[in-house]
Design a protein around this ligand. Structure first.
Ligand SMILES: Cc1cc2nc3c(=O)[nH]c(=O)nc-3n(C[C@H](O)[C@H](O)[C@H](O)COP(=O)(O)OP(=O)(O)OC[C@H]3O[C@@H](n4cnc5c(N)ncnc54)[C@H](O)[C@@H]3O)c2cc1C
Ligand SMILES: NC(=O)c1ccc[n+]([C@@H]2O[C@H](COP(=O)([O-])OP(=O)(O)OC[C@H]3O[C@@H](n4cnc5c(N)ncnc54)[C@H](OP(=O)(O)O)[C@@H]3O)[C@@H](O)[C@H]2O)c1
Length: 442
């Protein structure tokens, strides 16, 4: 059975491994990615000061070493290849394209200079080729980060790390340079609900209390009456008891506030943020919602980075669930978004299936479950004769596309690691697709 997987993040790689391990089917896997580099958000999302988690790429490299596996980077579904092409050349197709777009606040002023979604900031500091041309003005002293998830925490932490700390990471060189000049001294982390509803995890929160040059600032009133056994609440309470170091930079935690308008200054860029105070309202289903009180306050900040979640944009020819902003599916089987009828031979894993929740390791189980469906559905499939495996390479060549193989990637990897060693970093990323292709030669 020949299978195409589109997207080389954790969802895609874990699906490849699960499939190649199965004994009931002898599968060949071609794993495509639109970038010449593999690993999705492990390379382009996970924070540069969190190197340990990136060691999961060794597991993925182990999958890539299997003889029945091929990586074809620099190939985008929707432009370089169509769904019809895939269905002609493969028995089954798995979409593992993640959630690459961002969710918006939908408030006035959101598009002005220095109000930039965290997706862009994260992609820029991680050297994702899509964002290498983004520009950030760190001459401002105060920044608002909207959201109480782990991405918001990553962003706040990166803004306040010292240049020495950042240089030693695999942060893109352009970002290390820009942040070296940063005058940011205060970051406001804005939650629309309370500390007990925050989505960030205790390990990530704890790290904000251990920064070399920045102290967390929490209003004890925000914690009154809250369950002290909640790990986030306990940590925030511990933060309130700490003395502030004189001259330290600050991370201010502000809860129960929703942005209502981004205000422009004379230069047309962000000069402030209007916030509405919220109260919590228990819903009949047991969840807790934020309700606006009508009370508005102004926060003086020169930059706003909304970190309120990711979403999937539609890919031409792939059934899209408009409401959930994922690929339309029932438990990983792709369905028609209107009739909900299963579309044979097409599957989806990772964030493209579930939306943007969950950690890297969780995809192992999720992708494994979808592979179980694929195997269950496979009976009789291989009776369909396919063109030779290399025919897809020929098709791409005819279209002027130069696929990047896993051994090509290994060469890029080696160059990046060598460049990184010069600055004491694990790697110094190449951020331009053209430069990668030139380095590899034709
Ligand atoms: C900023 C950030 C930090 C995170 N940090 C951590 C962390 O520290 N620890 C942790 O456990 N989890 C972390 N996560 C969560 C983790 O990254 C995700 O759970 C995981 O990466 C999702 O895997 P995926 O394969 O679904 O998508 P992705 O990792 O996004 O992979 C999708 C892949 O599909 C490719 N692609 C997209 N469209 C196309 C197309 N049309 N054609 C071809 N290829 C395409 C992309 O180039 C990409 O390589 C973080 C997430 C974010 C956003
Ligand atoms: N170190 C790590 O392990 C790490 C790092 C980064 C990301 N990740 C993972 O990646 C996933 C995605 O992270 P994420 O931070 O993007 O998403 P997330 O965990 O869903 O957090 C999104 C945050 O945005 C808030 N929000 C949403 N819409 C809003 C609005 N209109 N106004 C104000 N606030 C709004 C949410 O508040 P409500 O709760 O009120 O909706 C929530 O606090 C998570 O599973 C996360 O754990 C992990």
């Amino acid at each position: 059975m020949r299978v195409a997987i589109i997207g080389s993040g954790p969802g895609g790689f874990y699906a490849a491994e699960a499939l190649l391990k199965r004994t009931e089917v002898a599968a060949e896997v071609d794993l495509f990615d639109r970038l010449p580099t593999p690993y999705g958000l492990v390379r382009g999302g996970v924070a540069p000061d969190h190197q340990k988690i990136k060691s999961v790429t060794r597991v993925f490299a182990g999958t890539a070493a299997r003889p029945t596996f091929r990586f074809l980077g620099n190939v985008r579904l929707g432009t370089d290849l169509t769904v019809e092409d895939l269905l002609r050349h493969y028995h089954q197709v798995v979409y593992a394209t993640g959630n690459e777009a961002d969710r918006r606040l939908g408030i006035p002023g959101e598009g002005i200079t220095r109000c930039t979604p965290a997706t862009v900031f994260v992609g820029w500091y991680n050297g994702h080729p899509d964002y290498r041309a983004a520009r950030f003005d760190f001459s401002v002293e105060r920044v608002a980060v909207v959201g109480n998830g782990n991405v918001a925490v990553d962003v706040a932490r990166i803004l306040l790390r010292t240049p020495a700390e950042l240089t030693r990471t695999d942060m893109a060189a352009h970002a290390v340079e820009a942040l070296r000049q940063s005058r940011v001294r205060e970051v406001f982390l804005l939650g629309r609900r309370g500390p007990a509803q925050a989505a960030f995890t205790p390990g990530e929160l704890e790290e904000l209390g251990k920064l070399e040059e920045a102290d967390p600032v929490v209003d004890p009133a925000d914690l009154e009456g809250l369950d002290a056994t909640d790990a986030n609440v306990a940590l925030l309470r511990e933060f309130t008891a700490r003395p502030q170091r004189p001259g330290a930079k600050k991370i201010h935690f502000r809860f129960l506030r929703s942005p209502t308008e981004v205000l422009a200054g004379e230069d047309g860029g962000v000069a402030g943020l209007l916030l509405e105070r919220n109260r919590l309202e228990a819903r009949p289903d047991g969840t807790v919602a934020a309700r606006g009180t009508g009370e508005i306050e102004r926060l003086e900040v020169g930059m706003v980075l909304p970190a309120v979640g990711y979403a999937a944009d539609p890919i031409p020819g792939v059934p899209h669930d408009e409401k959930r902003r994922v690929i339309a599916n029932e438990d990983g089987r792709v369905v028609d978004p209107v009739t909900r009828r299963v579309i044979p031979d097409q599957y989806v894993v990772g964030w493209a299936r579930t939306g943007p929740q969950g950690l890297i390791g969780e995809h192992k189980k999720g992708s494994g479950q979808v592979v179980a469906h694929m195997v269950a559905d496979a009976a009789g499939l291989t009776a369909r004769q396919l063109p030779p495996r290399e025919a897809i390479d020929e098709l791409l060549r005819q279209r002027g596309v130069r696929p990047v193989t896993f051994s090509d990637w290994s060469r890029l990897d080696q160059v990046e690691v060598e460049r990184g060693a010069r600055r004491g970093a694990p790697r110094d990323k190449i951020v331009d697709v053209q430069a990668m292709l030139e380095l590899l030669g034709s």
